[in-house]
Design a protein around this ligand. Structure first.
Ligand code: PLP
Length: 379
């Protein structure tokens, strides 16, 4: 399938930064689900997990959740993190990565990011490791994989769990292999603006398949649903669980989205590559990208430049929406306890200079070329 290449500024609202991708048959399929016995967690959820697994995480157990944040929290529990443990996590990410640590009383050690990718800097990670460090979290920002070779090496050497927040990296590859191969836990998000959406939803991919049963129990109050559905109540609850499941309506949307995933990623990469090619020669702009790896998933495209505010204003005048999207987490009051007196050289340098350009299936090739032309004229 090919998404229509409409003329420049095809959309009345201009080029918006994010827009959900609703698959062609979504409404029909959801209607069908609405007429069945199950609209909560039922057969569509199982089916979605199976298809997802075969496409992105063949060697993992896949457990879907109500959000990416749910999946992150579950992964932190399954990694055995306890109150007082230390985790190393990037200072720059969606706050969802780090908020669950606050639920759990875990001590956050923020690591600096790399200047060229905004991904966690392995050098910074290495410096923060102590005897109390239990896990490292990496976030593949914008869909560009982190330095997994180095991170795996550090975690193996120190016997630390590696958790990957892949919310922006659906379909990403590293050294030609699926990104899920490189971490103990990988999580994905199907929130409205991600590569594919279930309105809200997530997926937890677990390397150690022995943890699957526990993951599914904790997803549902701590109850084994398989046993419960036999109609008996000989079903003790011996660990605290949550209500973190996906439902069949969302899963139906997810199944339809997966059918279109290859064209979704192809289109996103096309738009991303137009920006990369058209802007990387501009001396006043640095394009955030890992030139040594080809497995990027093209979720958003980030540029770094001195005149960020000026460019943003000029583009808004032309109805092209840009924004910073995420902010350094150490500046939020809730994380103050963990950030006081800490310095992050690369983050300090980047914080007022980055801007995110729209990459989604409603951005046309002509839109992207027009945006490149405009930026090169303005900057
Ligand atoms: C979107 C996102 C999340 C959160 O996912 P939700 O499904 O909204 O809970 C977590 N981490 C990153 C990096 C994200 O981009």
């Amino acid at each position: 399938m090919k998404f229509k290449d409409l003329p420049i500024m095809s959309d009345k609202e201009g080029v918006v930064l994010f827009k959900p991708h609703i698959p062609k048959n979504a409404k029909k399929a959801i209607n069908k689900t609405l007429n069945t016995r199950w609209i909560g967690q039922g057969p569509q959820v199982d089916k979605f997990e199976k298809i997802f697994s075969s496409k992105f995480a063949k060697n993992c157990s896949t457990v879907s959740t109500g959000s990416g944040t749910d999946a992150l929290h579950l992964s932190y529990i399954l990694a055995g993190l306890k109150k007082g443990d230390e985790v190393i996590t990037p200072v720059f990410t969606c706050t969802a990565t780090n908020i669950p640590f606050l639920y759990m009383g875990i001590k956050i050690k923020f690591a600096d990011v790399e200047k060229d990718t905004f991904n966690i800097d392995p050098l910074s990670v290495e410096k923060l490791i102590t005897k109390k460090t239990k896990a490292v979290v990496c976030v593949h920002y914008g869909g560009v994989p982190c330095n997994m070779k180095k991170l795996n090496e550090i975690c193996k050497r120190n016997k630390i769990t590696l958790i990957a927040d892949c919310a922006q990296a659906l379909g990403a590859k590293y050294n030609g292999k699926p990104i899920t191969e490189y971490s103990d836990f990988s999580i994905f998000s199907f929130q409205a603006i991600k590569h594919i959406t279930t309105a809200d939803g997530g997926m937890l991919c677990i390397k150690n398949k022995k943890l699957e049963k526990k993951a599914k129990r904790i997803r549902w109050f701590g109850i084994s649903r398989d046993k419960k559905q036999k109609g008996t109540w000989l079903n003790d609850i011996y660990e605290v669980g949550y209500k973190y499941q996906l439902n069949d309506i969302g899963a139906t949307l997810g199944i339809e989205s997966l059918k279109e995933f290859n064209s979704i990623l192809k289109h996103r990469k096309k738009i991303y590559d137009i920006y990369l090619k058209g802007l990387s020669y501009n001396k006043n702009i640095n394009c955030i990208h890992d030139y040594s790896q080809n497995g990027y998933a093209a979720w958003i495209f980030t540029i770094v430049l001195k005149k960020k505010d000026y460019l943003q204003k000029k583009l808004r005048e032309k109805k092209i929406e840009t924004a910073q999207v995420h902010f350094r987490n150490d500046f939020y009051s809730v994380f103050k306890k963990y950030s006081k007196g800490k310095k992050f050289k690369n983050m300090d340098y980047l914080q007022d200079k980055y801007l995110v350009l729209p990459v989604h299936t409603k951005v046309t090739v002509n839109d992207a070329k027009y945006i490149v032309k405009l930026i090169n004229e303005i900057i």
